[in-house]
Design a binder for this molecule. Structure first.
Ligand code: A3P
Length: 348
């Protein structure tokens, strides 16, 4: 870390640059209590200043690489199942041809969703033209203390779902993702966003360097532990406003968790739907294998040519960290997690 004038920044140039992440500068800045890229910062400030929650709003929050895309697919499908039925031969489900990241956009990366009126918070009725969703569905990685106040305010019925994932799997997923982005070929799109070709020659990020940064709390929207704890505590204080989900629970026992999620969102399943197998239909539609093998997710390019859709669907497993972390790394991460989460009631 280094200091320039008033600003402290984390210089990734010694190999930590995330290259083609699409956030322009390769420097993470501290903002409020977290780390953020310069371009995303303007979006977050806009969100904080201009977003006013509506009763019907649903916010999907997460720390990066914890299963956000899965949550987006599930929530979009639950909420829109009248408009886009699961078992219909006449209706073409949007998930079959559109990435979940486009169906439920990130406020933090507004600059890579050109013309997305859903993210124009000066227009109150903007939600109606985004894939005809009955409500505004938006995603964010912003830590809990930095959310716009109206989101958790009891004056509205706006609800938030948070998904988190165990620290070692989150870290391994992040490390792979950064390196995928760093090696993505240069784009020739006309989006006006610089292709970051200057980063092409940069070397891959070693797991050791990435691990040091992660453990030091330096990761996008991190520190990881603060992020998870912030939402965890809020979910205990306001369970009617915030549902806290764990990736591992969803993987292990998907049916009851999907039911719980749908009920929390206000879109619970009827007995008739349960009888028809709608819950399993949604789980299958949004399953890792199904989404990963769709043409849009195999060949598509997301976010103005910054991310290949296929890089969003890697392994989708619990425990992949065992293939990468040394015993010393595991011990350090376990120790850190125990120390940070001690007394919170949250465990992985
Ligand atoms: P891995 O890299 O471990 O495979 P995010 O969406 O927050 O970026 O999280 C990405 C992680 O979620 C990746 O983990 C990805 O493979 C996994 N993932 C994506 N879609 C999934 C799905 N439908 N079910 C389970 N995991 C999924």
């Amino acid at each position: 870390m280094a200091t320039t004038g008033d600003e402290i920044f984390c210089d990734y140039s010694r190999g930590m640059s995330v290259g083609r992440l699409g956030l322009g500068d390769s420097v993470l800045y501290p903002y409020q209590s977290f780390w953020i890229f310069a371009e995303a910062l303007e979006n977050v400030k806009d969100f904080q200043k201009n977003f006013e929650a509506l009763d019907t709003d649903l916010i999907l929050a997460s720390v990066p690489k914890s299963g956000t895309v899965w949550l987006k697919a599930l929530v979009f499908t639950i909420v829109n199942r009248t408009r886009y039925p699961i078992f219909s031969s006449s209706h073409h489900h949007p998930l079959l041809t559109i990435s979940p990241h486009d169906l439920v956009p990130f406020v933090d990366f507004k600059h890579v969703y050109p013309d997305c009126s859903l993210l124009d918070f000066t227009k109150k009725s903007s939600h109606i033209d985004h894939y005809d969703s009955p409500c505004r569905l938006i995603a964010t990685h912003v830590p809990y203390p930095s959310l716009p106040e109206s989101i958790m305010d009891d004056a509205t019925n706006c609800k938030t779902v948070y998904i988190c994932r165990n620290p070692p799997d989150t870290f391994i997923s992040l490390w792979h993702f950064i390196n995928k982005i760093r090696t993505m070929p240069e784009s020739n799109d006309n989006s006006g966003i610089p292709p970051l070709s200057s980063k092409k020659e940069s070397t891959l990020l070693s797991i050791e360097d990435a691990f040091e940064f992660f453990c030091d709390g330096v990761s996008e929207f991190g520190p990881y532990w603060d992020h998870v704890l912030g939402y965890w505590k809020a979910s205990l204080e306001k369970p009617h406003k915030l549902l806290f989900l764990k990736y591992e629970d969803l993987k292990k026992d998907p049916e009851p968790h999907l039911k719980k999620l749908a009920e929390f969102l206000g879109y619970g399943f009827s007995i008739e739907e349960e009888r028809q197998g709608v819950i399993n239909g949604i789980l299958n539609l949004c399953s890792f294998q199904h989404l990963k093998n769709l043409d849009v997710n195999k060949n598509g390019i997301l976010w103005c040519n910054f991310v290949a859709n296929k890089d969003i669907f890697r392994k989708g497993e619990v425990g992949d960290w065992k293939n990468y972390l040394t015993p010393a790394m595991v011990e350090r991460l376990d120790h850190l997690t125990e120390e940070k989460l001690h007394g919170s009631g949250l465990a992985f």
